[in-house]
Ligand binder design. Structure first.
Ligand code: RIB
Length: 288
């Protein structure tokens, strides 16, 4: 089972001809909104990858529908608190080539109490996964508690923040990050990724696939071909599928392969949690 301490956002999408420059006012050619947040995206991806996943998070009253939608997507929601604080939201601007920029309002995501997090984790079993990203508070407490309870801890270092990740080193079993974040981390720690003391590090490389760094060395995995229209949420889909695969007993290489397929399908879609592919769609396109 996966316990995902993660953000829940209302994602607002604006399609534009180009990303706006400083001071520029730009009309969007379309607007839509849906469920998002790196945490919610990962929970949905893990559920679509056939894992059992319980989300630990918080929303405001006006965002109650996001919790209901997570439940409809097969995610356990009893540990999502409703607070007297607005739900997090993200304004996502996507240009025709698929590049984006995002303005984030953290809202309820950063007001989680230790009681909410600890209360959820007391229901976990040894060898379950705690999954986290860097869009909520409480990561250090959650990782320490999970470690004491014998859970495996997986962390996606996004959005990257030097302090957040360095505080967690020593408490993480699996670290997922992109190339830029990996080099930021190497600069911050003065250490090579392989020397961080994290047993498994997966570095995503966009169109070049990913690499897995472990005590056995470094292994590269090529990407599956994809015509990208929107890369938003593709990394979250990759991580959700990766951890779901491991939770379901796959070895790392098979879980990475599945996650790469899911990520490749996701970049061909516009949107976030609501459009994450399920196992059947991946099988139909790539085989499993
Ligand atoms: O990674 C994509 C996500 O980042 C979006 O769903 C948005 O909510 C932001 O958190």
């Amino acid at each position: 089972m996966i316990w995902n301490l993660g953000s829940i956002n209302i994602d607002n999408f604006y399609e534009v001809s180009h990303l706006p420059a400083a001071g520029e006012t730009l009309a969007a050619s379309s607007f839509g909104f849906g469920l998002g947040g790196k945490g919610a995206n990962m929970s949905v991806a893990a559920a679509r990858a056939a894992a059992r996943v319980a989300h630990i998070g918080a929303v405001g009253a006006e965002g109650r529908w996001t919790r209901e939608r997570l439940m409809e997507y097969g995610v356990d929601t009893p540990h999502i608190a409703e607070l007297d604080i607005p739900t997090g939201h993200a304004n996502i601007v996507v240009e025709q080539g698929g590049e984006n920029n995002i303005v984030l309002f953290q809202g309820a995501n950063v007001h989680l109490s230790e009681a909410i997090i600890g209360g959820a984790l007391t229901e976990a079993s040894p060898k379950d996964f705690l999954l986290m990203q860097n869009e909520t508070n409480g990561q250090e407490y959650a990782a320490t508690t999970a470690q004491a309870l014998g859970l495996r801890v997986a962390y996606a270092a996004a959005p990257f923040e030097e302090d957040a990740i360095t505080r967690l080193l020593g408490r993480i079993d699996i670290l997922v990050l992109n190339e830029v974040e990996a080099s930021q981390l190497e600069t911050a720690t003065g250490k090579d990724i392989a020397a961080l003391g994290v047993p498994d590090v997966v570095v995503t490389l966009g169109q070049n696939g990913c690499k897995w760094v472990s005590s056995a060395g470094e292994k590269q995995f090529p990407a599956y071909p994809a015509e990208a229209v929107d890369t938003t949420g593709a990394g979250d889909t990759f991580t959700g599928y990766l951890v779901a695969g491991l939770d379901r007993g796959m070895d790392m290489e098979s879980a990475i392969d599945l996650a790469l397929k899911a990520g490749a399908m996701m970049v061909m879609r516009r949107g976030t949690a609501d459009v994450i592919p399920d196992l059947k769609e991946i099988q139909d396109r790539f085989g499993l």
